[in-house]
Design a protein around this ligand. Structure first.
Ligand SMILES: Cc1cc2nc3c(=O)[nH]c(=O)nc-3n(C[C@H](O)[C@H](O)[C@H](O)COP(=O)(O)O)c2cc1C
Ligand code: SF4
Length: 487
């Protein structure tokens, strides 16, 4: 299987002039000459699905934002570049290699949904990406591409929740990254107006709503939030058409997918492949396969879905095929685990990451989450016993109760799937038959380059209250920053 170069060019595109030589700008010109409804129809026909994790149909989202635009105030387009899913480095790689594609996609979106502003939300720590974005925006402005649209870069906090759509909108309004219950396409809480529709999904999860339905008194303008990779796909769909987009991929997951492969592999990396490529081939092509003389035991698709067992390595990498085996594509970050890896240590590491990153607005997510992480760490280090395992098994049933975002469900999915699939290993720790193992470091990637991946080791020092103090205050982030709490 060879790599594809739709959104990840083989070499960095340094200037706008170079971008134009590769066909850049054709999508924006075509969109500005076309009826916005025709652009949305093309996007819908292309079958493009959001690459931020949930796979929501992009055309449907644009349609809803356009249909709900305010008669008095323009909308805004927010580019979600807050990438922080453990094992994922695709958005940062796209921004490093070609920020023009993403910005052109965002300008097309602004034209279509009637926005006068594009905000690219990245983390303060993403220095190379911020520099590339600012330089690219300056060129686009100088060459008149931005027209009357104001394009800015917003440098936000390092928290994992900053990438969650409603929390990102909170941060843009000057508050902390606490997910909120409100239609996620709106900007700040005070901009939310009385709404006649039920804005929660059947599951009651605000972050799962993706797009609330139309209706109500639409004075406040809606905001379109799309992931970096999603927007990078847009210019060529507009320039070349939906049928072209569908020449790669599957019926339900058309196009390509930028995969990150790290963990127990020969050379961790990021590459673009067509949707539907079997997971085994993704691991071979992107990362050279498992380490020498080792067997793959499992693959963790970030910390947002269930663990994938080795017998499922031939599963196609697509939304539908990974869902059919009980897992999910997420943001296509695959952490490979081999027969040298202790699965209790993996569970303890993933659980610690999610428990620490939980904001604590929902008590079970934080309290059960911390108990699960703590007990798994004790088990992993072989200082725990059957009682610790019982606590994990019990708390994992309630951790997602009344959760207002998907993080708590992620905790449940990851831990319960490891317990289910690798229960013997965990039980061996509970009865002290297994060698002690330190919890694995599961955290954001800070770099993937030259066949190497660096995981954020500072996360080991991050406290559940989101400080880096020697001692945790015992308060949840929601209580520490109570003045800024989202309603
Ligand atoms: C805990 C959590 C973290 C998330 N982090 C990111 C992120 O870093 N980048 C991103 O694009 N989407 C992230 N998402 C998904 C967003 O909420 C949202 O679905 C996405 O921005 C929509 O864009 P898309 O339709 O283009 O995928 C996260 C979701 C959750 C629940
Ligand atoms: S406590 Fe957990 S589920 Fe609730 S909003 Fe915070 S991260 Fe999401």
């Amino acid at each position: 299987m060879t790599v594809v170069h739709r959104v990840l060019p083989p070499e960095p595109i340094e200037t706008l002039a170079d971008y134009v030589k590769t066909g850049g700008g054709k999508g924006l010109s075509a969109a500005r000459e076309a009826d916005p409804d025709a652009v949305i129809a093309d996007l819908t026909a292309s079958g493009l699905r959001g690459r931020g994790g949930a796979g929501f149909p992009t055309g449907v989202k644009w349609r809803t934002v356009r249909d709900n635009r305010s008669p008095v105030e323009p909308s805004a387009v927010v580019v979600n570049g807050a990438e922080g899913e453990p094992g994922t480095f695709k958005d940062r790689t796209i921004l490093r290699l070609n920020p023009f594609h993403v910005l052109e996609g965002a300008l097309i979106a602004a034209h279509v949904v009637g926005a006068d502003e594009v905000i690219v939300g990245v983390k303060r720590s993403f220095e190379p990406e911020v520099a590339r974005l600012r330089a690219a925006i300056a060129e686009l402005v100088a060459e008149g591409w931005t027209d009357s649209v104001r394009v800015t870069v917003f440098e936000g906090p390092g928290e994992y929740l900053y990438g969650e759509e409603t929390a990102l909108l909170e941060v843009l309004d000057g508050r902390h990254p606490f997910p909120r219950i409100a239609p996620p396409y709106r900007r700040g809480v005070e901009e939310v107006v009385e709404h006649t529709d039920d804005v929660t999904s059947e599951s009651g999860l605000s972050a799962h709503v993706e797009m609330a339905g139309p209706g109500g008194d639409m004075v406040a303008p809606p905001t379109l939030v799309d992931n970096v990779e999603t927007l990078a796909n847009v210019p060529r769909i507009v320039a070349r058409g939906a049928a072209w987009f569908r020449t790669e991929g599957t019926d339900e997951s058309p196009g390509t997918i930028v995969c990150t492969v790290t963990g127990a592999v020969r050379r961790p990396g990021v590459a673009e492949l067509q949707m539907g490529t079997p997971l085994r081939e993704v691991i071979e092509t992107v990362a050279g396969g498992p380490r020498r003389d080792r067997q793959i035991k499992a693959v963790l698709p970030g910390v947002s879905n269930t663990v994938i067992g080795a017998e499922l390595l031939d599963t196609p990498v697509s939304y539908e095929a990974l869902a059919a085996v009980g897992s999910g594509l997420g943001s296509a970050g695959f952490i490979v685990l081999d027969d040298a890896v202790d699965m209790t240590a993996v569970a303890a590491g993933a659980s610690r990451f999610l428990a620490v990153e939980s904001c604590g607005q929902c008590t079970p997510c934080k309290q059960d989450g911390l108990q699960i992480a703590d007990r798994l760490a004790r088990l992993s280090r072989s200082v725990g016993d059957e009682h610790d395992l019982e606590v994990v098994e019990t708390r994992v049933l309630t951790v997602a109760d009344e959760a207002r975002c998907f993080l708590a469900n992620q905790h449940q999915l990851v831990v319960s799937s490891i317990l289910q699939r690798f229960g013997d290993e965990v039980r061996a720790h509970a009865s002290r038959r297994a060698d002690p193992a330190e919890p694995e470091l599961v955290a954001e990637l800070v770099d993937v380059a030259n066949g190497d991946a660096t995981v954020d080791a500072r996360h080991r020092d991050k406290q559940p209250d989101w400080s880096y103090d020697d001692v945790d205050s015992g308060k949840s982030p929601a209580d520490r920053f109570a003045d800024h709490r989202a309603e």
